[in-house]
Design a protein around this ligand. Structure first.
Ligand code: ADP
Length: 190
């Protein structure tokens, strides 16, 4: 199994690049953001619990997120590997994921860091909101999400750097050019 984490701030292009990675490398995509939005639109118990948290641009508590993620991984035993998109977003999530995979004799093979500056993020999300209608794409909610990223999520990077797993890719430029850099990082670690 080959397991990849795609890492970066909101609006870095994780979803866009994930789609291309899935197509080329045939990995299963797990986006915790998409999963939460699915629960919310289906009005499940979990959806009810997290609806306001997402709308406010805050992180969902680790225990809820980790349980949901582990269930999803367990439900797909026959895949070639996973691409984790939007997870882990905190160091405890990263530690939980390592433990969980280790128990299965698996590991994270690569962490792809999509590097994008804050100006670009704000521009992209303002554009995206015109079509996405996502409540958390509002300017004030976006500030909160960027805050959460720099206070909690950024620390996931040194966690994986100490394991020598991070490859940084410039997330600004043409989608296909970025994907080419991503492909070579994957080819080097697969
Ligand atoms: P973005 O485009 O900001 O990267 P996502 O679609 O990945 O957004 O996530 C949207 C929201 O879902 C986050 O702002 C957060 O509320 C919640 N969420 C997603 N993944 C996680 C996670 N790993 N831990 C906590 N909350 C999460």
């Amino acid at each position: 199994m080959y397991n990849l984490v795609i890492f970066g701030p909101p609006g870095a292009g994780k979803g866009t690049q994930s789609e291309k990675i899935i197509e080329k490398y045939n990995l299963a995509h797990i986006s915790t953001g998409d999963m939460f939005r699915m629960h919310i639109s289906n009005d499940t118990d979990l959806g009810k619990k997290v609806k306001q948290i997402l709308a406010d641009g805050m992180l969902v508590p680790d225990s809820i997120t980790i349980d949901m993620l582990e269930e999803e991984v367990k439900s797909k035993p026959d895949v070639k590997g996973f691409i984790f998109d939007g997870f882990p977003r905190t160091v405890p999530q990263a530690e939980a994921l390592d433990k969980f995979l280790e128990n299965k004799g698996l590991k994270i093979n690569l962490v792809l860091q999509l590097d994008v500056n804050q100006e670009i993020i704000k521009e992209r999300i303002a554009e995206r909101q015109k079509v996405s209608g996502r409540a958390d794409d509002d300017a004030d909610k976006l500030v909160k999400r960027i805050d959460e990223y720099f206070s909690k999520t950024i620390h996931v990077l040194p966690y994986y750097q100490s394991q020598d797993k991070v490859t940084k890719v410039n997330g600004i430029g043409k989608i296909d050019d970025i994907f080419e850099q991503i492909s070579s990082a994957i080819d080097n670690t697969i």
